[in-house]
Design a protein around this ligand. Structure first.
Ligand code: FPP
Length: 285
């Protein structure tokens, strides 16, 4: 038999343990509720009726992300695919009609041969892997740029996925590949000049719409929101004509770390801005 004093101290110990358990469990529940609430409120504070119809993104910082993790640059590109998936799914879920990603610029051809090769292989692999998910999420794949300059395998895989997803309606995901805005504008100018030379177009009738209709983005609305990750604050030859009135959003986050919550942040920032298009506040209803 245990002495009464010992029994009492044992039961006190149990009570303390039990109380600690309740307090810590409650703490966990509380933390979870708080986390959930902050995630939910960010998404909930997005006004669906004020969503941009087109978001363009300059996915930057893969190389620095890899360096931060003491890995090769290609490791950063591989991890960038997770962010591509997440942002595409979030856009489809929210109902953003167009998402355009700068995946490979004309200037990127000048990178070391191994990196270019690895990026092209990653594209082939990712397009193949993700087609099923694109179909599931009703996402139509599209591409702009000098697509003929892509390696044959990459070009063919891309065309196959574009064909497979062509009836999807929810969101159009456009990959800018071997793309630069000056290249695109030069192409458009050549086509317009040719139409004038052929006598099919009167130069006096050339309007802003004529230019837009000769760009690779023909038929798409101009992006209302342009996001660039990694803390760089420049446009780097991306959609120069189309972003004339876009809201610019720069974030320090490196692309592989970019999550759907970061996209919600960008959308909340966008929705809190006053878009005046050259007018004064009082003229906006
Ligand atoms: C810029 O980071 C990123 C690129 C040039 C490539 C983007 C490619 C991906 C995110 C992966 C595949 C994409 C798709 C659509 C399947 P950087 O290399 O310039 O980074 P740094 O400025 O830190 O060096």
């Amino acid at each position: 038999m245990m002495p009464t004093q010992q029994l009492n101290s044992l039961s006190i110990n149990y009570k303390i343990h039990f109380l600690n358990y309740i307090i810590s469990a409650f703490g966990i529940i509380r933390i979870n509720i708080v986390t959930l609430r902050s995630d939910m409120s960010l998404k909930d504070s997005i006004q669906t009726e004020k969503l941009p119809s087109h978001i363009a993104i300059i996915m930057d910082g893969n190389g620095r992300w890899a360096k931060k993790h003491s890995k090769e640059r290609t490791f950063g590109h591989q991890n960038g695919v997770t962010a591509v998936r997440e942002v595409t799914e979030a856009c489809a879920e929210l109902g953003v009609k167009y998402l355009t990603l700068y995946a490979f610029s004309t200037e990127n051809w000048a990178r070391p041969t191994e990196e270019v090769g690895a990026l092209m292989e990653l594209l082939v692999y990712t397009i193949k892997q993700e087609t099923e998910t694109l179909l599931k999420n009703d996402v139509k794949l599209n591409a702009i740029g000098d697509l003929e300059s892509l390696p044959e395998k990459c070009h063919d895989e891309l065309m196959e996925a574009i064909e497979a997803t062509k009836h999807n309606k929810r969101t159009t995901l456009t990959l800018a590949l071997s793309y630069s805005s000056r290249w695109e504008i030069t192409q458009a100018t050549k086509q317009i000049a040719q139409e004038v030379a052929n006598g099919n177009m009167n130069p006096n009738n050339i309007s802003e719409e004529t230019i837009s209709d000769h760009l690779a983005t023909k038929g798409m609305p101009d992006p209302e929101l342009l996001i660039r990750t990694s803390g760089e604050c420049r446009i780097s030859n991306y959609l120069l004509w189309q972003i004339a009135y876009a809201e610019l959003y720069f974030t320090e986050i490196l692309w592989p770390d970019f999550t759907r919550e970061n996209l919600y942040d960008a959308l909340v920032s966008y929705q809190n801005r006053e878009r005046r298009f050259g007018k004064v506040s009082e003229q906006l209803s």
